[in-house]
Design a protein around this ligand. Structure first.
Ligand code: GLY
Ligand code: MN
Ligand code: MN
Length: 512
C-alpha cells in the first residue's frame, strides 16, 4: 500500500496504521435495521413543496439546512437547521448539518425534490472511528440514503453529487438559493449560474434569491391543522416549564443568582420535552424586567419583587411557543404592582379581542395601545397639556410609548418572529386569516431611574404574552390554560406552593 493510502495520524494518538484500521473495520454485527418509517410530516412537507413548485416553474430551487457553527476550537454549537429547509423537507431537530433540499424542475412540469446530505461512511473508513464531527464512533448513528428516502418520501443523494447536479442542464442558469442559510452554498450557486450563462447581474440574482426567501417566509403565515397541533404541544410543554419555575421560586431566592436558576429550570424542561428553548429565555427580576430582552439573567430573585419570564419550548418539529408571565415572587402582588399588572392585562384582553379574520394585523396593536395610553393618561404621566387624543395620534403623538416601546404582536411558528421577510402590506397591513398564530404581548416598563414615572412605579416592569390562533370567526388563545389575571396568577402560585409543600413534608418524613 502506498503512503497515500495510509490512514492519517491524528493528534489524539489513535493508532494510524493499516492493521489498526482493518481491526476497527472487523467484528461488527450485520446492520439489519429497517429503513426509518415514513414520518407523519412527510405528506405535509410534500404539499408545501407542491405549492412552492407552482410558484417557480422551470427553476431550480436550493434550500440549504446550513452547517455546524464552531463554538470554540473543535466544539460546535448544537445544530438547528434553517427554518425554510425544515418546513419544506419535514426534517426538524434531527436534520443533518450541511443537508440541502433541491427542487429540481422536471421537463414535463413540476419539480422533483432531492435531498442531498452526507450519509455515514462505511465502517472500513477512518471517518467511522477518527472523525469527531461526523464519525459514528463520535456522534452516533446517522441516517442512510435509504432512511431519508423512506422517512420523507423523496429522493436522497450524497452531498458530493450536489455541485454537478446544480450545473447539469439549462436550469443551471435558473437557480435560486436561500442565501441566508449558507454563505458557501450561495457562492456555489452564484458561480454555477454565471458559468451557465445567466443574463442576470449579481444584484438581480440576489434580488431573485430574496424573492424566493420572502415567498418561503410567507408560506408559513397560515398554519394547517398539523402545524397547529405542534404549536399546542409546544405551548403545553411551556406551561409545564412555567409550573416548574413557579415551584422553584423559593429556591431561586435562596440560592442567589436566582435568574440563572430560573433559566436553568426552564431549560431542563425545554430539552426534556422538545429540542430546546425557541429563543434565549428572559428571566428578569425587579428592574431587569424593564430591559425588554434581558437574557443575561445574572440577577437575584428577591422576595417582594416581580419576575418577568419570557420563554418558549421549541418542539422537535421546531415549532415554538413564546409566552410571558410576570409573577410576584412572594406569591402576592402589592397594590401598586397589581395596578400596573391589571392595566397590562386589560390592554392584552383588548388586543386579543381585535384578533379576528378581516381585521388587520396592526389593529391588534392599536387596540392594546389605546388601553395603555388611557392608563398612562389617567395616571397623569403625559406631558403637561398633551391629551389622550394627541398621544394616540400616529403621526405626531406617541408620548405614552415611552413606557411600552415595543409592538404588541408578531407572527409565531417555526421562527419565534415568524414570516419576518414579508413586506409591510403583507405583514403589518395584512388581513388576519384563519390559521395565523400571533402573540399578543403588551407591557409597561418603569425603569428604576425614570424620573417621569411616579416613584412607587419605578423598578416595576410587566409584560403578559399569549399565543393566539385566528379562527373562522375570532380567536382561540392557545395558551389560555396558563393563568394571566392577577388573582388567577396568585392562585396558580399558591397551588404550586402547596404541592411543593406537600412534597417537601413527605421528604422530611422520609428522613425522620
Ligand atoms: N421573546 C421575544 C418576544 O416576545 O418577541
Ligand atoms: Mn413575542
Ligand atoms: Mn416573548
Amino acid at each position: 500500500m502506498t503512503s497515500e493510502n495510509q490512514p492519517k495520524a491524528g493528534h489524539r494518538g489513535t493508532p494510524a496504521n493499516n492493521a489498526f484500521r482493518d481491526f476497527m473495520a472487523s467484528g461488527w454485527a450485520t446492520d439489519d435495521r429497517s429503513p426509518t418509517p415514513r414520518a407523519e410530516v412527510a405528506d405535509h412537507a410534500a404539499r408545501r413543496r407542491e405549492a412552492l413548485s407552482g410558484q417557480f416553474p422551470g427553476e431550480r430551487l436550493v434550500l440549504p439546512a446550513g452547517g455546524l457553527k464552531v463554538r470554540s476550537n473543535d466544539t460546535d454549537f448544537t445544530f438547528r437547521p434553517h427554518t425554510a429547509f425544515a418546513h419544506l423537507s419535514g426534517l426538524g431537530a434531527h436534520a443533518e448539518p450541511d443537508s440541502v433540499l433541491v427542487l429540481d424542475p422536471r421537463p414535463g412540469g413540476g419539480h422533483e425534490a432531492v435531498l442531498y446530505f452526507r450519509p455515514p461512511a462505511p465502517r472500513d473508513t477512518e471517518e467511522f472511528y477518527n472523525d469527531s464531527r461526523y464519525g459514528e464512533f463520535w456522534v452516533g448513528y446517522r441516517p442512510t440514503v435509504a432512511d431519508v428516502e423512506s422517512e420523507l418520501g423523496l429522493t436522497a443523494r450524497h452531498i458530493d453529487e450536489l455541485t454537478a447536479d446544480l450545473g447539469k442542464d439549462e436550469a443551471a442558469a435558473r437557480l435560486r438559493v436561500v442565501r441566508s442559510a449558507d454563505a458557501q452554498l450561495a457562492e456555489l450557486v452564484d458561480t454555477t449560474r454565471t458559468q451557465a450563462g445567466s443574463a442576470l447581474t449579481s444584484e438581480e440574482q440576489a434580488e431573485a434569491d430574496g424573492e424566493l426567501e420572502r415567498h418561503l417566509s410567507g408560506m408559513r403565515l397560515c398554519k394547517d391543522a398539523w402545524e397547529v397541533e405542534e404549536m399546542r404541544k409546544a405551548i403545553a410543554g411551556t406551561h409545564r416549564g412555567f409550573d416548574a419555575i413557579i415551584a422553584t421560586l423559593p429556591e431561586a431566592v435562596r440560592k442567589g443568582r436566582g435568574e440563572r436558576w430560573v433559566e436553568g429550570v426552564f431549560g431542563l424542561y425545554a430539552r426534556h420535552e422538545g429540542n430546546g428553548v425557541g429563543y434565549e429565555s428572559i428571566c428578569a427580576s425587579g428592574d431587569h424586567a424593564n430591559t425588554i430582552h434581558w437574557t443575561k439573567n445574572t440577577g437575584e430573585v428577591r422576595e417582594g419583587d416581580l419576575i418577568l419570564v419570557d420563554a418558549g419550548i421549541e418542539v422537535d418539529s421546531l415549532f415554538t411557543a413564546d409566552i410571558t408571565r410576570t409573577l410576584p415572587v412572594s406569591g402576592r402582588f402589592t397594590d401598586v404592582q397589581r395596578k400596573i399588572y391589571d392595566a397590562v392585562h386589560e390592554a392584552q384582553q383588548a388586543g386579543m379581542e381585535a384578533v379576528k379574520p378581516g381585521n388587520r394585523f396592526s389593529d391588534v396593536h392599536a387596540a392594546a395601545n389605546a388601553v395603555i395610553a388611557r392608563h398612562i393618561h389617567e395616571w397623569g404621566l403625559l406631558p403637561e397639556g398633551v391629551t389622550l387624543e394627541q398621544t394616540l395620534d400616529k403621526e405626531n403623538g406617541g408620548w405614552h410609548r415611552r413606557w411600552m416601546v415595543h409592538g404588541t404582536s408578531h407572527h409565531l411558528g417555526m421562527d419565534v418572529h415568524d414570516c419576518q421577510l414579508l413586506l409591510r402590506e403583507e405583514y403589518m397591513d395584512g388581513e388576519l386569516k384563519p390559521g395565523m398564530i400571533l402573540t399578543v404581548e403588551p407591557g409597561l416598563y418603569f425603569k428604576a431611574d425614570d424620573l417621569l414615572a411616579p416613584e412607587e412605579f419605578r423598578g416595576i416592569g410587566v409584560r403578559i404574552e399569549d399565543d393566539v390562533l385566528v379562527t373562522e370567526d375570532g380567536y382561540e388563545n392557545l395558551s389560555a390554560a396558563m393563568p394571566r389575571g392577577s388573582y388567577e396568577v396568585e392562585e396558580w402560585i399558591a397551588g404550586l406552593a402547596e404541592n411543593a409543600g406537600n412534597a417537601g413534608n413527605a421528604g422530611n418524613a422520609d428522613q425522620a
